[in-house]
Design a protein around this ligand. Structure first.
Ligand SMILES: NC(=O)c1ccc[n+]([C@@H]2O[C@H](COP(=O)([O-])OP(=O)(O)OC[C@H]3O[C@@H](n4cnc5c(N)ncnc54)[C@H](OP(=O)(O)O)[C@@H]3O)[C@@H](O)[C@H]2O)c1
Length: 288
C-alpha cells in the first residue's frame, strides 16, 4: 500500500469515511484511507488498523441523525453503539498501539454563555437536553484522560450546497431561532485541525469563530445577500418544542485556548458573509 506523506501528516486512517466530515477530511489529505468499517465491531476495527498501519487515526464516525438529531431520540441503542461503544473501541485499540487519535466531539454539550465569557475546555458539560448531546458529552469527558486530540465544533457552515451546511439547513425552515450561538466556519475549522494534527497536539479544543450569531440573523443576511424573496419568521426558544422533538443546545464557547496556541478564528459575521457570497456564486453556477 502506498504511503501517504501529504503535508508531513503521516499515514492517515479515517473512520466514518463516508460521512460529511469524513469525505471532507479525505479530500484534505490525498492518499489517506477513509473507511466505512463499523467502529463498534472490535475485530473489524483491529483488522483495519493492522492492514492500514496508520500513524494517525481520525474518528469522525457516529450517529448524527437524519434529517437531524431528533432521530437519535428514537434510536438510542444505535446512537449509543456508534457514539459511545464504537468511540471507546477506537480509543482502546489506538492506545494499545500508541497511535495518535483525533476524536470528533461537539460543542452542543453546553447551554448558556457563562456570563458572556463562553465555556472553556475545562468546563464540565452542562447540557443534557438531547440523547445525541448526552452521548457526545460522555465520550468527550472520557477522552480527556488520554493523549487524544478532541475537536469540538458547532453547527458547521460553509458556502457549499451540501444539505449538511447550516445555511442550507436553515433556508428550509419557515421559523428560525433567535438565540445567539457560537458556530464554526468549516474552512477555518479545517485550517485549525490540520495545524493541530501537524503539531500532534493533544487535549480538547473548541473550534468556533469569534463572537456569536443567531440563526435568525444568518437568514436575515441570507435574504440580503443571496435570496431577497426568501421568507421566514422568528422562533423563540420557548416555542422550539413546536418544531423539534429533542432540545437543542444554545451556547457560547471560548476559542481562547486555540488562540493561545497561535490559531486565530476570524469573526463570525465576516465568516458568514464570506460563506453567503460563496453560496450565491454556487447557486448562480448551478442555475446556468
Ligand atoms: N455536522 C455537524 O453538525 C457536527 C457538529 C458537531 C460535531 N459533529 C461530529 O462530527 C462527527 C462527524 O459528523 P458528520 O457531520 O460527518 O456526520 P455524518 O455525515 O452523519 O457522518 C457520520 C458517518 O459515520 C457513520 N457511522 C455511524 N455509525 C457508525 C459506526 N458504528 N461505524 C462506522 N461508521 C458509522 C455514518 O454512517 P450512517 O449514515 O450509515 O450511519 C456516517 O457515514 C460526528 O462525531 C459528529 O457528532 C458534527
Amino acid at each position: 500500500m502506498a504511503r501517504n506523506e501529504s503535508a508531513g501528516a503521516g499515514r492517515i486512517l479515517i473512520f466514518g469515511g463516508n460521512g460529511f466530515m469524513g469525505q471532507n477530511i479525505a479530500a484534505l489529505y490525498p492518499g489517506s484511507h477513509p473507511v466505512g468499517v463499523d467502529i463498534a465491531d472490535s475485530p473489524a476495527v483491529t483488522r483495519a488498523l493492522d492492514e492500514i498501519r496508520p500513524d494517525i487515526v481520525i474518528n469522525c464516525a457516529g450517529k448524527t441523525g437524519r434529517p437531524n438529531i431528533d432521530w437519535c431520540e428514537d434510536h438510542k441503542i444505535e446512537t449509543l453503539r456508534s457514539n459511545v461503544t464504537g468511540a471507546l473501541i477506537v480509543l482502546e485499540e489506538c492506545m494499545k498501539r500508541d497511535l495518535y487519535l483525533v476524536h470528533f466531539s461537539s460543542g452542543c454539550i453546553y447551554e448558556g454563555d457563562k456570563g458572556g465569557q463562553g465555556f472553556t475546555e475545562e468546563d464540565p458539560p452542562n447540557y443534557l437536553g438531547s440523547y445525541y448531546s448526552r452521548t457526545k458529552a460522555w465520550v468527550d469527558q472520557i477522552m480527556r484522560d488520554f493523549p487524544v486530540l478532541t475537536l469540538r465544533m458547532r453547527m458547521p457552515f460553509d458556502g457549499s450546497l451540501s444539505d449538511r451546511n447550516l445555511i442550507m439547513k436553515l433556508r428550509k425552515y419557515s421559523r428560525v431561532l433567535t438565540e445567539p450561538n457560537s458556530i464554526t466556519h468549516l474552512p477555518d475549522f479545517f485550517r485549525a485541525m490540520t495545524t493541530l494534527i501537524a503539531r500532534r497536539a493533544t487535549g480538547i479544543y473548541n473550534i468556533v469563530n469569534e463572537g456569536m450569531i443567531s440563526p435568525f440573523e444568518i437568514m436575515t443576511r441570507y435574504r440580503e445577500r443571496v435570496a431577497p424573496s426568501h421568507t421566514f419568521e422568528p422562533l423563540l426558544l420557548d416555542r422550539l418544542g413546536e418544531v423539534a422533538k429533542a432540545g437543542r443546545s444554545n451556547c457560547r464557547l471560548s476559542a481562547a485556548k486555540l488562540g493561545s496556541v497561535g490559531i486565530q478564528m476570524p469573526p463570525v459575521h465576516a465568516a458568514i458573509d464570506q460563506a453567503l457570497d460563496a453560496l450565491a456564486a454556487e447557486m448562480c453556477t448551478r442555475a446556468t
